[in-house]
Design a protein around this ligand. Structure first.
Ligand SMILES: [Fe+2]
Length: 160
């Protein structure tokens, strides 16, 4: 049974525009992470069939603990500031790349937009996350990401 740790200092949904302007990662480091995870098999392509049909615009979810250069620096900053323990890197390579669609999670999540912009529908309200923007999504709150351009969104959690 995983240990479901919640954010110790946030409880409600929060839109955090320009609160994380020092959290830019570089494409080169995202590519090295992708290549490392391809080797160890932990990388995931969201909705493979749909990705192939919509080629060349897949979404990759990078999930292992390999955080090269700029990604490691951002991880350390956010860990210090927020006490997070875990990072998934959502990387979409083009307009209309697939996502999980509308869903909720059973853990709290802190999203930080790092490259490009992504739209989010949060229970009927639309938010545009641009680089430097953040969003705290508590467990249970429905969210629907909409990919509008190539993007890298960092998804932090307190659950390892
Ligand atoms: Fe989610």
């Amino acid at each position: 049974m995983p240990n479901k740790l919640c954010c110790p200092h946030r409880t409600k949904f929060e839109y955090l525009p320009q609160q994380f302007t020092d959290c830019n990662v570089e494409w080169g480091d995202v590519i090295s992470k992708m290549s490392e995870e391809f080797e160890d098999g932990s990388f995931k392509i969201l909705n493979m069939a749909e990705s192939l049909m919509r080629s060349p615009a897949p979404t990759f979810v990078l999930m292992n603990d390999f955080y090269p250069n700029s990604i490691g620096e951002v991880f350390n900053k956010v860990e210090k500031k927020e006490g997070i323990r875990n990072l998934h890197v959502y990387t979409s390579l083009g307009f209309s790349a697939p996502t999980y669609g509308k869903h909720n999670d059973d853990i709290d999540v802190l999203l930080i937009q790092s490259i490009g912009s992504t739209m989010y529908d949060i229970e009927g309200d639309e938010y545009c996350l641009a680089p430097g923007d953040g969003m705290f999504i508590p467990a249970g709150v429905y969210h629907d990401p909409i990919v509008i351009e190539p993007r890298v969104t960092l998804s932090f959690a307190w659950d390892k």
